[in-house]
Design a protein around this ligand. Sequence first.
Ligand code: HEC
Ligand code: HEC
Ligand code: HEC
Ligand code: HEC
Ligand code: HEC
Ligand code: HEC
Ligand code: HEC
Ligand code: HEC
Ligand code: HEC
Ligand code: HEC
Length: 304
Amino acid sequence: MMVVGLAMLSWAGWAVDEDESLPAYTDGGADTCMRCHGDEDSAHLMAIFDGPHGVMADSRTPFGGSQCEACHGPGGDHAGRVGFGRERPPMPAFGPNAPWSEQRENEICLGCHRESSHRFWEGGTHQQQEVGCADCHQSHTRRDPVTVQSTQANICLDCHIEQRAEVNRAFAHPIRHGEMTCTDCHQPHGAPNEAMLASPTINQNCFKCHAEKRGPFLWEHAPVTEDCTLCHRTHGSNNPGLLTRRAPLLCQQCHSRVGHPSIGRTANDLPSGSPSSFLLSGSCLSCHSQVHGSNHPSGATLNR
Ligand code: HEC
Ligand code: HEC
Ligand code: HEC
Ligand code: HEC
Ligand code: HEC
Ligand code: HEC
Ligand code: HEC
Ligand code: HEC
Ligand code: HEC
Ligand code: HEC
């Protein structure tokens, strides 16, 4: 059995109702726990000693303090002697039978992790939906899979079924291959904007990797400066180029066919009411190729 040795016993400092009576801490810390949880059945738990929480020399970590109980809460009752025919009291926090609420469990983690990226946790969508830190994070691992690019998305997609379908569509950001992941665009701890995006606006998110679309352009295309998602689906699409729909329908959501110069030029050649041969000969993009904006002196109509 591994002997950890208890550096210090302290109440980790999270808010507790004053009149609530709490169980006591164990005297031996992790060594007490491992009398029962140090066997082969518990081998998977021991990976915690190889991760960032297991650094005993660092007093900021659980194992530099109250050890297992820094996260699980005081275990005196649970670890104590249990009378014949009686049930062992559960640990207060984390684990299948823990009686403490999700919010209270989160407070334990937040007690040590209230730094910058958690500024927006309160009021963020995950906090409001009562998602727990431990719904995404694993503690008994050497490397928490949600912090690893190639394994993160699967954890998110367990809850986000709609997005799972989207990232598997024919045209998608390369998320399913692990080349990109959700936190390239999202801040899962909460952000004060739409969809908890990592950058303040949708376009600023996109410019991180598609800087050439930022411009400034001599001739701008208004919807591009406004919001990329007017034309693109960000997670995935059945249309090439991640488009919301294909041209010409894409363009005709906003642009009327009436009055297009090509119609004027060809109307005499066609039976009245027929569509322009220019429009049939190819989509809008074969002429308006600079759909994101043009720097050509005569690119006003985004043709060059
Ligand atoms: C005397 C033996 C013993 C000691 C000491 C002990 N446990 Fe347990 N623990 C058990 C048993 C048995 C179970 C399984 C209980 C069950 O399945 O209902 C358990 C279950 C748990 C669980 C699963 C959640 C639950 O409540 O079912 C957690 C978490 C846990 N122990 C943490 C700890 C921690 C942390 C310590 C040290 C403070 C500790 N245990 C000390 C025997 C012990
Ligand atoms: C950093 C916080 C943290 C520390 C420190 C910690 N645990 Fe846990 N433990 C958790 C969380 C969170 C869970 C819920 C499952 C998960 O995320 O891995 C858990 C789950 C458990 C479980 C039940 C799940 C299972 O797989 O059996 C047991 C038993 C347990 N821990 C025992 C311990 C013991 C013993 C120690 C000390 C050696 C310890 N824990 C230290 C956070 C912690
Ligand atoms: C007693 C304080 C303490 C508690 C309680 C605590 N942590 Fe930590 N945690 C730390 C410290 C210290 C580090 C290492 C930070 C560093 O190296 O900068 C850390 C690191 C982490 C990391 C970074 C892991 C990585 O791979 O980079 C995550 C994620 C994390 N903790 C999540 C949690 C969660 C979830 C809980 C609650 C179940 C929790 N922590 C409870 C102190 C704590
Ligand atoms: C929706 C999933 C999710 C939830 C819920 C969540 N996290 Fe995280 N957390 C992540 C991801 C993903 C990362 C890695 C971020 C990255 O790599 O950019 C992370 C990173 C971290 C880190 C290490 C880097 C940092 O930002 O400081 C800590 C510590 C952490 N989380 C603690 C917590 C705590 C505490 C809670 C609960 C209050 C929590 N997390 C809730 C997904 C989550
Ligand atoms: C335990 C389930 C769960 C997990 C795991 C989870 N989420 Fe969520 N998430 C939710 C719920 C519930 C909502 C609110 C309803 C919705 O929008 O689907 C939500 C909402 C969101 C939103 C929309 C926020 C808004 O304000 O509109 C984003 C973005 C998001 N999650 C990203 C992530 C990412 C990234 C991860 C992985 C790091 C993740 N989620 C993991 C449950 C989860
Ligand atoms: C390329 C950037 C990008 C990546 C990568 C990304 N998202 Fe998003 N996500 C967005 C944008 C932008 C929005 C808001 C506009 C929209 O719905 O298209 C959004 C919206 C969401 C929403 C809210 C949808 C709604 O209907 O309110 C959820 C949930 C979500 N994303 C989850 C995820 C998950 C899970 C992953 C990883 C598998 C992920 N996202 C990866 C950019 C991204
Ligand atoms: C973290 C980097 C990153 C961010 C942020 C990002 N993208 Fe991408 N994007 C990529 C990568 C990588 C590809 C795949 C390129 C390839 O396959 O050659 C891609 C591909 C695309 C494509 C399809 C290209 C094609 O030829 O099919 C479109 C459209 C696109 N992104 C739009 C967006 C939009 C809109 C946003 C903002 C919501 C965004 N991207 C944010 C990295 C990013
Ligand atoms: C008015 C509709 C529209 C808007 C708005 C729009 N795009 Fe596009 N985008 C397109 C079309 C159409 C294509 C396909 C071009 C082709 O097939 O030649 C495309 C292709 C792309 C591509 C892949 C090919 C390339 O040119 O690199 C990327 C990346 C891209 N867009 C990023 C963005 C970003 C980032 C934004 C927001 C700044 C944005 N788009 C806004 C219509 C739009
Ligand atoms: C979301 C609406 C929207 C979509 C979709 C859209 N546009 Fe536009 N487009 C505009 C607006 C608004 C202007 C600016 C009109 C103005 O300044 O009078 C514009 C301007 C233009 C111009 C320059 C016209 C001029 O008079 O300066 C061209 C050419 C153009 N769009 C082509 C396209 C093409 C091709 C597509 C499809 C790939 C497309 N647009 C999709 C809204 C849209
Ligand atoms: C065969 C080439 C061609 C095709 C195909 C084409 N256009 Fe044009 N379009 C032009 C030219 C050339 C102009 C500029 C005429 C001018 O300067 O008088 C123009 C002008 C425009 C303008 C500016 C309108 C105006 O009155 O000045 C818009 C908007 C536009 N096109 C949208 C579209 C859309 C939407 C499609 C697809 C449904 C499309 N175009 C297909 C060649 C084309």
